[in-house]
Design a protein around this ligand. Structure first.
Ligand code: SD4
Length: 333
């Protein structure tokens, strides 16, 4: 009995050593450990949960990560995490305070996908802040996967969501200034960044994700990007891995980017190699250096991470083992 206990302690020690080497070790170390209970001889498996998100969103990943540490499911943790940015009026690319379309309407897009392959999405919704939670309600409480516009708004109100004015004074001022020239040229990493895409792995090793955005500033009314499109903005296959996108949605949709990354991981690529390949697919169609940004983050079942973008300036944030860290991603240019 003593020897068994010693073995368990040694295995634990090894696990702790492996998982406290810092975040770079995430790329090489497995995040699963198992041990045999000395009483039941039954194999127990525990995963070190983590939350991974696009851009510099320390508070959002910390909320999600702490929920995961307490045993919250990966889907609920991802929704709680993105809700932080949805409520942040200073983030002009997500939720309340999001930049409007060219007619002055703030229209939001979001989707969620869980470890069982269930998914839900809402497109071009007005007056509702927490659209990722709404996407989960579409998934769980309706026979559909996608609700758009007025239908999504009505469904939200029927579920008790409050209608709010999402156009802040600052966003209104910036829009009026934009109207003076009405020049639609989304700037790399500046005007349209900060869409939140979050991937969470819970203590059971189940992967889920959520993606939430107000889309591109001053888009045409009715325009929808990649973020709420399952397979483009987000894709999860719990047996393989997960990916989420940010940047110019039109280019992500044309290559079904997140699905592509998960399929490349299935074929044996690392998440990093898969993200790089997905960016290269976009670039093969460009004759010149593109003026737009696209970026991806991904994970596989072993907890190895990938992140890559077209242009410099993209970063991602991870919370794991009670620490959050923002990391610059590699890029082509
Ligand atoms: C879109 N992909 O609507 C979104 C925009 C975005 O950071 O990601 N911004 O095309």
């Amino acid at each position: 009995m003593k020897n068994v206990t010693k073995l368990v302690v040694m295995k634990r020690k090894k696990f702790i050593e492996r998982t406290t080497l810092g975040f770079s070790s995430v790329l090489i170390s497995p995040y699963v450990f198992s041990e045999k209970s000395e009483f039941t001889n039954k194999k127990k498996t525990a995963f070190t949960p983590f939350a991974l998100a696009t851009w510099n969103v320390q508070q959002a990943v910390t909320i999600a990560g702490k929920a995961l540490d307490k045993g919250t499911s990966s889907l609920d943790a991802a929704i709680q995490g993105v809700a932080v940015e949805e409520a942040n009026t200073l983030n002009t690319t997500v939720g309340n305070g999001g930049a409007p379309d060219r007619e002055g309407n703030v229209t939001l897009d979001a989707c969620v996908m869980d470890s069982k392959g269930n998914c839900g999405a809402v497109l071009a919704v007005e007056n509702i802040t927490h659209v990722a939670a709404l996407a989960k309600d579409v998934m769980e409480k309706t026979p559909h996967v996608i609700l758009t516009g007025e239908g999504a708004r009505k469904f939200a109100l029927s579920q008790g969501y409050q209608a709010e004015n999402l156009l802040t004074e600052d966003s209104k001022k910036a829009w009026r200034k934009w109207l003076e020239k009405s020049n639609y040229q989304p700037e790399i990493n500046i005007e349209n960044h900060d869409t939140i895409g979050m991937l969470c792995v819970d203590q059971q090793g189940e992967i889920s994700g959520a993606c939430s955005t107000s889309g591109l500033a001053y888009k045409m009314k009715g325009r929808v990007g990649d973020s709420p499109i399952i397979g483009s903005g987000l894709f999860i296959d719990n047996n393989v891995g997960a990916a989420v996108a940010t940047g110019l949605g039109e280019e992500v949709i044309k290559t079904v980017g997140s699905f592509l990354i998960v399929e490349l991981i299935r074929q044996g690529k690392s998440p990093q190699e898969a993200c790089e390949e997905a960016i290269k697919r976009i670039l093969t169609k460009q004759k010149e250096k593109p003026s737009f940004q696209v970026a991806y983050i991904a994970t596989n079942k072993k907890g190895e991470l990938g992140a890559f973008s077209i242009h410099k300036g993209f970063s991602y944030t991870i919370y794991k083992n009670q620490k959050s860290q923002n990391i610059d991603a590699k890029s082509i240019y």
